[in-house]
Design a protein around this ligand. Structure first.
Ligand SMILES: O=P(O)(O)OC[C@H]1O[C@](O)(CO)[C@@H](O)[C@@H]1O
Length: 245
C-alpha cells in the first residue's frame, strides 16, 4: 500500500484531485469509481476548479458510484444520486447518461443488485476507484461482517453508520435503514484504488487498516489484497499510526 501523508484536508483534496486528473488525462475515456460522504467533497471541488481552468475534459468519462440508500430517488436531496449531481456532475461536462448509481427506488431490490453488477461488468471495472472509510472500517456500505466475496447487495445499515450520517437528515428517523452497495469483491475489481481519510475520527480505522490483519469484521482490511492501493491521509487521521511508531 502506498501511503501519502499530507498536513490537512485541503492538501488531501488537492492530492486526490491531482491523481484523478492524471488518470483522466492519460486515458480520456477513463471509468471513475466515485464515492459520497463528506470526505471526497473537497476533491470534487478541486476537480471542478480543474475543469473550469481547462485542465480536464470529462466528455468521454464514465462513472460508477458505490452505493445508494434504499427508498431515496434522484429528487430526494439526501439521495446519493442527488449528491453526485449537485456536488460534481452538474459542474463538469460528463454525459449524465454515462454516470451510474444503484437505483434505491427499485421495486425489486434483488433484481437491482443483479442489474448493477452487470453494469459494473459492462462499463467497468473502474480504472480508478475513489473510496472513503467509515469509522467502523466500512467501505461503500459494506458493514462489518460482509463477506469479502460479496457483489452488489442490499445491506441493513449499522446503527453507528446511521448515526454518523444523521447529520445529512432532519432527524434520525429519516435516515434510511437499508442501502444497495457494491460488494467488496466488486470494489476490488477496480484497477487502482485511492482511499481518503481525514480527521481524528478516522485515526483508529486507519491504524487498524495499516497494522491489523485481514478480517471480515473490518471491511477495509480487504483492501490489503489489492495490488494498487494509494492511501491519502492527513495528520489527524494518521495520528494513531504515528503514536504507535
Ligand atoms: O466521508 P465520510 O462522511 O466520513 O464517510 C465515510 C464513509 O461513509 C459513507 O458515507 C457511508 O456511510 C461512505 O460513503 C463513506 O466512504
Amino acid at each position: 500500500m502506498k501511503i501519502i501523508e499530507v498536513h490537512n484536508y485541503d492538501q488531501l483534496s488537492k492530492k486526490a484531485c491531482e491523481i484523478i486528473e492524471e488518470q483522466v488525462m492519460v486515458k480520456h475515456d477513463s471509468v471513475l469509481g466515485l464515492a459520497t460522504g463528506s470526505t471526497p467533497l473537497g476533491t470534487y471541488k478541486e476537480l471542478i476548479a480543474g475543469y473550469k481552468e481547462g485542465r480536464t475534459d470529462y466528455r468521454h468519462v464514465s462513472t460508477l458510484n458505490l452505493d445508494e440508500y434504499v427508498g431515496l430517488g434522484p429528487q430526494d436531496p439526501q439521495s446519493y444520486r442527488h449528491f453526485m449531481n449537485e456536488q460534481f456532475f452538474r459542474s463538469i461536462n460528463v454525459n449524465l447518461e454515462n454516470t451510474y448509481i444503484p437505483n434505491g427506488k427499485a421495486v425489486d431490490l434483488q433484481d437491482e443488485c443483479e442489474r448493477y453488477e452487470k453494469v459494473i461488468e459492462q462499463v467497468g471495472p473502474p480504472d480508478l476507484q475513489l473510496l472513503g472509510i467509515g469509522e467502523n472500517g466500512h467501505i461503500g456500505f459494506n458493514e462489518p461482517g460482509t463477506p469479502f466475496q460479496s457483489e452488489t447487495h442490499v445491506v441493513q445499515l449499522a446503527d453507528s453508520t446511521r448515526q454518523a450520517n444523521a447529520r445529512f437528515f432532519q432527524s434520525m428517523e429519516d435516515v434510511p435503514t437499508m442501502a444497495v452497495t457494491m460488494g467488496i469483491r466488486s470494489i476490488l475489481k477496480s484497477k487502482k484504488i485511492v482511499l481518503l481519510a481525514s480527521g481524528e475520527r478516522k485515526a483508529q480505522a486507519i491504524d487498524q487498516l495499516i497494522n491489523g490483519y485481514l478480517d471480515e469484521q473490518f471491511p477495509a482490511s480487504s483492501l490489503k489484497e489489492h495490488s494498487d492501493i494509494t492511501l491519502i491521509v492527513d495528520e489527524d487521521a494518521y495520528a494513531e499510526v504515528k503514536r504507535k511508531g
